[in-house]
Design a protein around this ligand. Structure first.
Ligand code: AHR
Length: 334
């Protein structure tokens, strides 16, 4: 409580720079990534420390999210302690514990899976360190264990992919599904949203569904097995672009044309996917915005200033296909 109070006072100082000449630095944070902005009055700069427990670097989307947070920390002069979870929940939990021990001011957590976070989040709450969830939601019995979740609507993304595909396939055909990481919010929600829409099209069937763990390599491997087992596949629904790109490679290696012989729809809207759509090797990608850095630090500063933040902050996503991808590419930020 004392530590947060110190941070609050610093934020208050920074927020009232013109009137508070001589407001002192309480020294509550460690050194920052870049020099914090000096003020005309020489008053204390706004300084705080964030610990960011990231899942890993499984996809282009994930790399863009990491960069967005790191760039924003740098821009604001915030000290960022970054921990790469290497796709292991245990490592993410360890990282959060280490941030607590280091007395960071805020914790950003991009949780790999939905369950298993409650004990460590209780530890953070006990010492009043606010936790902000980035991109993926979690299941907890007590919502006060985290302050806010910055995310996309993953269920809606699944619906958008299914609606696009239903139109493209005239409501008929065999589809295989490449699921994201087992137990993760985007895998669960994107499956659900897609299935919801498909229920309205009795002639569209998901004939095979398996995890490709959100990676190019696993997406390719699973698609190779699907193609060997089933020559009737007409479309692929991949829970992210990386798996779709892997699947496209497998389709080509099997002597077929991705994007033509087999339709591919996926989620993320990363640069590589839009390039592949432009080249005719992918057909549609539903956007999922990874640029969560600015929103995350805005939320952190509001929380540290004692203000309320919405429990869920949802990005608005669009979709790209052959009619829009090429045009969108030059201004695409990730
Ligand atoms: O949680 C967001 C998902 O995680 C992205 O769609 C995927 O690419 C990433 O690995």
């Amino acid at each position: 409580m004392k530590r947060n109070a110190a941070v609050l006072s610093l934020l208050a100082c920074a927020g009232a720079l013109l009137s508070l000449v001589g407001c002192g630095d309480s020294g509550s944070t460690t050194s920052s990534n870049s020099p914090a902005p000096e003020t005309k009055t020489g008053a204390a700069p706004k300084k705080y420390t964030v610990g960011f427990s990231q899942i890993g670097a499984e996809s282009a989307w994930r790399t863009a999210e990491t960069k967005s947070v790191q760039d924003e920390a740098q821009k604001r002069g915030v000290t960022l302690k970054f921990a790469d979870g290497q796709q292991k929940q245990e490592l993410q939990i360890q990282a959060v514990r280490s941030f607590i021990a280091q007395k960071v001011d805020v914790i950003f957590l991009a949780p790999k899976v939905e369950t298993g976070w409650e004990p460590v989040l209780r530890e953070a709450k006990r010492v009043n360190i606010p936790v902000i969830l980035l991109d993926r939601g979690i299941k907890v019995s007590d919502d006060s264990l985290y302050k806010t979740l910055l995310t996309s609507d993953f269920v809606e993304e699944g619906r958008m992919a299914a609606n696009w595909l239903a139109k493209r396939m005239n409501g008929k055909g065999n589809i295989v599904e490449l699921q994201g990481t087992v137990g993760s919010a985007p895998a669960n929600d994107r499956k659900q949203g897609f299935a919801e829409v498909l229920a309205k099209f009795p002639d569209m069937k998901v004939t095979r569904s398996q995890t490709g763990d959100f990676t190019i390599a696993k997406g390719k491997e699973v698609m190779e097995a699907f193609l060997k087992a089933d020559p009737t596949i007409q479309a692929v629904y991949a829970h992210n672009d990386d798996m779709a790109l892997g699947a496209a490679q497998a389709i080509e290696e099997a002597g077929k044309k991705p994007g033509k012989d087999i339709i591919l729809v996926s989620i993320d809207g990363v640069h590589q996917a839009l390039e592949a759509i432009k080249d005719g090797k992918l057909n549609c990608s539903v956007e999922c915005n990874p640029l969560l850095g600015p929103g995350a630090f805005d939320a952190a500063e509001q929380i540290l200033a004692g203000k309320d933040v919405p429990k869920r902050i949802v990005s608005k996503d669009q979709q790209f296909d052959e009619s829009t991808a090429a045009q969108a590419l030059p201004t695409r930020k990730y």
